[in-house]
Design a protein around this ligand. Structure first.
Ligand code: DX5
Ligand code: ZN
Length: 225
């Protein structure tokens, strides 16, 4: 994988919501490739976050793709509302969804990009049957629900396995990592095969600001001279 082509997807879960619009505009200037929106319902994960109104507001403000990470028990119920709000892609968990194929079909029928997310304890093999029909795989490198957790190195062998599955079954599919990505861990994730990195705390909690944080993340992925 050419490290320079790695895409960065800042997660606004860690943003300062009083200044969300300004921070997203700054991220666009700083070269963010997409905005990652974590949607939690307090059931699928033990936390609540944001809903479609945030997406609707951001849609008016930015041309960056808005990527929705659904951590909710019933993604099918909320899909249309988020489509209408202006979302560009949907990442849905394999866990707890008895009708994952149908959910993916509904996303594609809305002409949106579809991705499947797997938690740290979920085996890569669950992707096999859906890989040909999806645009992204998101491997969680923390247990979902909260920002600011430690990157789980134990997930790296699985990331390498998913890379091989994607190369064999659907090379156009993106491999994205989410959770604990920072200057130290990002190079490991990319070496294991990731081509998109989500980062919340590493982008928004940097005391030099989000532009500096984005630059540092890009730098840590550049090959050594
Ligand atoms: C966790 C979310 C992540 C989170 C990442 O459940 O899916 O997207 O915002 O935050 P950091 O980068 O702080 O681990
Ligand atoms: Zn996420």
């Amino acid at each position: 994988m050419d490290r320079r082509s790695v895409k960065l997807a800042p997660s606004i879960l860690a943003a300062d919501f009083a200044h969300l619009g300004a921070q997203v505009e700054e991220l666009a200037r700083a070269g963010a490739d997409r905005i990652h929106v974590d949607v939690m319902d307090g059931h699928f994960v033990p936390n609540i976050s944001m809903g479609a109104p945030i997406v609707r507001s951001l849609r008016k403000l930015t041309a960056l793709p808005l990527e929705i990470h659904f951590m909710i028990s019933d993604p099918d119920f909320f899909l249309d509302e988020f489509v209408e709000a202006g979302s560009d892609s949907f990442l849905v968990h394999g866990e707890g969804n008895n009708n994952l194929h149908r959910t993916l079909q509904r996303i594609k029928a809305s002409s949106k990009r579809a991705g499947v997310v797997i938690n740290p304890a979920t085996p890569a093999s669950v992707l096999e049957e859906v890989l040909p029909q999806i645009d992204q795989v998101l491997v969680m490198t923390v247990d979902p629900g909260f920002g600011g957790q430690h990157f789980l190195n134990v997930t790296m062998p699985k990331v390498r396995r998913v890379r091989k599955m994607i190369d064999a079954l659907n090379p156009a599919c993106e491999l994205e990592l989410d959770g604990g990505v920072n200057l130290e861990t990002a190079p490991f994730g990319v070496a294991a095969g990731a081509d998109v990195l989500v980062a919340g705390t590493a982008v928004f909690a940097d005391n030099q600001g989000v532009t500096a944080a984005m630059n540092k993340l890009r730098c840590c992925l550049e090959p050594a001279a």
